[in-house]
Write a protein of this length. Structure first.
Length: 306
């Protein structure tokens, strides 16, 4: 993968001082635009004390379009569903997991963090439908059911086999985390997440069939409130966008955590991206400022791919 020339490095600064972690951002000389709006928004977050890290990769050339503290590991919330889906798809392909195996909801500990299965009347669903719910709605109960079936150790081994050293699924989804529970659901870095999503759309993750299946599941994701809020997509039907935009993403949320990774491709270019923000979620204003930074990145990405 190409890296920007040193002369093109862009460093966000707070006055004469270096900005906090996450604000040191660079762009490649081949970028179609400067991403000035994104840099300004991320600088404002850093000045306010947020931890910001990101990476954007051009899918055609593999070059780095934009990056900042890409190796920093931060909580990613529901993005931890992605490695779980990879393990599920890999087992389906190998034949060791029957996609139509029925899972009884009563066999899974109740959790109300997110999702719709807990609201449905159907008391049991096949594994393949649980994968759809986990990808499309971030369904915590469906994700936990899948995790119970394949096992946390298997997901960790899969991550290791993919060379992802900064990405970890630590625990199941829980309504409350006690002292004996992992403090986060999942951790990752934007560098690894951007590379992972690039690998999914390029059919390089495990196998072409596994990559395609996981990308298809993720293309159903209904959370378009962050980066995708700038793209004008129908949150309930964007897997076949009439405008020809390819969009695959997964978001993650937690206390003071916003994260998104994905792929967007248009008529001129395609990119894989990941933006992770850890901030003091003290008020609606703090949260909206973080949301605005994701939307700003979405605007710049749209101008890059069109």
């Amino acid at each position: 993968m190409g890296t920007p020339e040193p002369s093109n490095d862009t460093t966000l600064r707070r006055g004469a001082r270096r900005a906090p972690a996450g604000a040191r951002t660079r762009r490649s000389s081949s970028a179609r635009r400067s991403f000035t709006s994104t840099l300004t928004a991320l600088d404002a977050l850093s000045v306010a004390g947020a931890h910001v890290s990101l990476k954007v990769i051009d899918l055609d050339s593999g070059s780095v379009v934009l990056s900042g503290d890409e190796h920093v590991t931060l909580p990613v919330g529901g993005i931890g569903i992605v490695p779980l889906l990879i393990e599920v798809a890999a087992r389906m392909e190998s034949g060791s997991l029957d996609p139509f195996e029925i899972v009884d909801r009563a066999s899974v500990d109740a959790v109300a963090v997110a999702g719709v299965w807990r609201h449905l009347k159907a008391p049991a669903l096949p594994i393949v439908d649980l994968a759809v719910l986990a990808a499309a709605t971030g369904d915590a109960l469906a994700a936990n059911a899948l995790l119970d079936r394949v096992g946390l150790d298997a997901v960790r081994e899969r991550l290791g086999s993919l060379g992802l050293r900064r990405t970890a699924l630590l625990d199941r989804f829980r309504d409350e985390r006690g002292p004996d529970d992992a403090p986060q659901v999942a951790l990752s870095s934007p560098g690894e997440l951007a590379e992972l999503f690039a690998g999914l759309v390029n059919s390089d993750v495990v196998s072409a069939a596994v990559s395609t299946q996981v990308a298809e599941w993720l293309s159903l994701n209904e959370d378009l409130s962050l980066v995708a809020s700038a793209m004008g997509l129908d949150p309930f039907a964007h897997d076949d966008d009439p405008g020809g935009l390819l969009f695959v993403n997964k978001t993650g949320r937690g206390d003071g955590v916003l994260a998104e990774a994905g792929v967007v491709a248009g008529p001129r270019a395609g990119v894989a991206y990941a933006l992770l923000v850890g901030f003091d979620d003290l008020s609606v204003a703090h949260r909206l400022r973080a949301h605005d930074a994701f939307r700003t990145l979405g605007v710049d990405l749209m101008e890059y791919v069109h």
